[in-house]
Design a protein around this ligand. Structure first.
Ligand code: PRP
Ligand code: URA
Length: 208
């Protein structure tokens, strides 16, 4: 699969196994989501452009490098919210633009309920954050929104993907790279990822 990156990191595998366990309570679940998001974003941002900058160390003047790109974090509400904090600690000047979508339980189609993007793009790279890529409907709709906004460089950062979601993203938006911790077996008849972790929003917010 081109443009799909599954983390090879042992720490990611370890934390994901804790996250999946039904016995992991919301506080620990939120902590793990935060830590996993930071680890995955490290892999998802390896190709960000830098520019030279002259700095003064205590020893001498030298050339160092700073980020050239303006980063926008785009969490898909609700579950994507938990991924923001860990990433924001690494890149505190990133802008955060929330997109509110929920999946209709019957049709499994995404329904948009929140979008306050300004008229013009204000960032050069958008990182869509959502722990679960199931049918792919929510991710595809978010990329549609960002492309209509004028975003040129978009990446999807998630935790668990179903093959169906990867397929949907790759046929709708083959230019958008996908970074995840794991690709699971399939979706069940209710559109849940198997083996997955259940409902990522409910488990974070204690609403199961
Ligand atoms: C979950 C998840 C994704 C979506 C994935 O959100 O966080 O946004 O489902 O499913 P899809 O790939 O089939 O679209 P949900 O709709 O449960 O809303 P929530 O985050 O508010 O709980
Ligand atoms: N959303 C979730 O939170 N979990 C799934 O398995 C599928 C969609």
């Amino acid at each position: 699969m081109s443009n799909v990156h599954v983390s090879p990191h042992p720490l990611v595998a370890h934390k994901l196994s804790l996250l999946r366990q039904a016995s992991t309570e919301p506080k620990k679940f939120r902590q793990l989501i935060k830590e996993l998001a930071a680890l995955l974003v490290y892999e998802a941002t390896l190709d960000l452009a830098t520019e030279p900058v002259e700095i003064e160390t205590p020893i001498m003047r030298t050339t160092a490098y700073r980020l050239q790109e303006k980063i926008g974090l785009v969490p898909i509400l609700r579950a994507g919210l938990g991924m923001v904090e860990g990433i924001w600690e690494l890149m505190p000047s990133a802008e955060v633009w929330h997109i509110g979508l929920y999946r209709d339980e019957r049709t499994l189609k995404p329904v948009e309920y929140y979008n306050k993007l300004p008229t013009e793009p204000t960032v050069s790279v958008c990182l869509i954050l959502d722990p679960m890529l199931a049918t792919g409907g929510s991710a595809v709709a978010t990329v549609d929104i960002l492309k209509r906004w004028g975003a040129k460089k978009i990446k999807f950062v998630g935790l668990i993907a179903a093959p169906e979601g990867i397929q949907a993203m790759q046929s709708a938006h083959p230019d958008v790279p996908i970074y995840v911790a794991h690709i699971d077996e399939r979706l069940n008849e209710h559109g849940y990822i198997v083996p997955g972790l259940g409902d990522a929003g409910d488990r974070q917010f204690g609403t199961a």
